[in-house]
Design a protein around this ligand. Structure first.
Ligand SMILES: *Cc1c(COP(=O)(O)O)cnc(C)c1O
Ligand SMILES: [Zn+2]
Length: 388
């Protein structure tokens, strides 16, 4: 089953025991990353065996952290379609333009992948009460997986989070507290409650396993493209779990010998102009980001004033020879209409932001006509429809 070996601090490299409930490295205030015995996976696991298994994220179980099958809490996450965008690609002069459409995941967003992994592993380690501060979709996903795993869920979300997120969390039995503030304020309240009452905090990168679920997007992309990675991946970046996870997946697959070519994608982080701490840090050549004051954007999943993994995100962008780009709300909403009307994809505003970013990069000549480009639509637009 799993070849999980140890956890490693992303900053100091210190090793942590995965048989215990772990959070992050207190010395470095940095995330822990899961490390597997890839040498053994390489000799014992054939990628074609994984290809033949029933669909879903858990067919990659050797490189996921859950040890015992019975601890997997699944709602059918993963194996999302890779859609070729012929019409839109023709408009933009890009023959090989694709969307990885994460909107068909349980709870309507790719947050399902991360929370499936984190809640399952927490359950395996004996956790019964999980708590999360959320921009919305992570809370909804956590509520769903906690419900299915028979666990209690407590959620702090900003008061202006889309109503769908509040509703989906409550109907799954979670306790929801609306916070008059940003996700950073919600995070503070969640941390206090977790410490005072022994809830396990599933905040982005404050436990090691959400990014493990998200990394499987990288494995799926490799498989869907015949074990050759695309030239460019455009990712709407909030906390950065998917970007960091996919880059980790590419490293793992290279070690496993599963890739036909060592050519790596250039990773592009897209953020909203009203909350663009990673873009600013990237442009200033800084190693970390600064807290973004007064964050505002309709793309609620991108309203993250400071990611706990900012240094890793910036490292990965640079190592990939990628870039970072900010788009205005007007641009991302215009892109949302284009995706829906040209291709029938009703994307979440965060997903649509990737198209707005790509349009700017195409104009600048940063992307060439024959390059293979993948946009990430991270959620369904249906969750963002105003109430009236
Ligand atoms: C959370 C979220 C994002 C940002 O994802 P990260 O991996 O945290 O950067 C993007 N889109 C949607 C729809 C989200 O819910
Ligand atoms: Zn450390």
């Amino acid at each position: 089953m799993s070849y999980l070996d140890h956890l490693e601090c992303s900053a100091c490299g210190k090793s942590f025991d995965p048989a215990l409930v772990q959070t992050f490295c207190q010395n470095c205030q940095a995330p822990l990353l899961a490390r597997y015995d890839l040498g053994r996976v390489r000799t014992e696991v054939d990628r074609e065996r994984i290809v033949r298994r029933p669909k879903g994220m858990w067919r990659w179980r050797e490189v996921l952290p859950v040890l015992a099958q019975e601890n997997i809490i699944s709602l059918g996450e993963g194996d999302t379609p890779l859609l070729h965008l012929a019409s839109l690609g023709n408009d933009l002069g890009l023959r090989n333009l694709y969307v990885k459409d994460e909107s068909i995941n349980p709870t309507g967003t790719f947050k399902a992948r991360g929370l499936a992994a984190a809640v399952s592993k927490a359950k395996e380690l004996g956790v019964t009460k999980v708590i999360i501060p959320t921009a919305g979709n992570a809370g909804g996903a956590m509520a769903a997986y906690a419900a299915r795993g028979g666990m209690q869920a407590y959620i702090f979300m900003p008061i202006d989070t889309p109503y769908a997120n509040q509703y989906e969390s409550q109907i799954a039995g979670a306790t929801v507290e609306l916070v008059d503030g940003l996700i950073s304020d919600a995070a503070k309240l969640a941390r206090e409650k977790a410490q005072a009452e022994g809830w396990f905090d599933v905040s982005t990168f404050k436990e090691p396993y959400r990014t493990e679920g998200k990394k499987i997007m990288g494995y799926e992309l490799a498989e869907q493209f015949g074990w050759v990675l695309p030239d460019v991946i455009v990712y709407p970046t909030g906390g950065g779990t998917g970007l960091v996870g996919m880059w980790k997946a590419f490293n793992e697959m290279e070690t496993l010998g599963w890739l036909e070519s060592n050519q790596r994608p250039r990773m592009v982080a897209v953020q909203a102009a009203g909350c663009a701490p990673i873009i600013k840090a990237f442009e200033e050549d800084a190693s970390g980001s600064e807290f973004w004051n007064g964050a505002t954007t309709v793309a609620s999943g991108l309203r993250v004033p400071k990611s706990f993994a900012d240094k890793i995100i910036l490292d990965d962008l640079r190592e990939s020879l990628g870039t970072a780009i900010a788009v205005s709300d007007a641009q991302l909403l215009a892109a949302q209409k284009i995706l829906a009307s040209r291709e029938g994809i009703f994307a979440a505003p965060e997903g649509a932001a990737t198209l707005a970013g790509l349009m700017q990069l195409k104009d600048k000549g940063w992307v060439q006509p024959d390059e293979t480009v993948v946009l990430f639509n991270t959620g369904t637009g249906l969750k963002y429809i105003p109430l009236s």
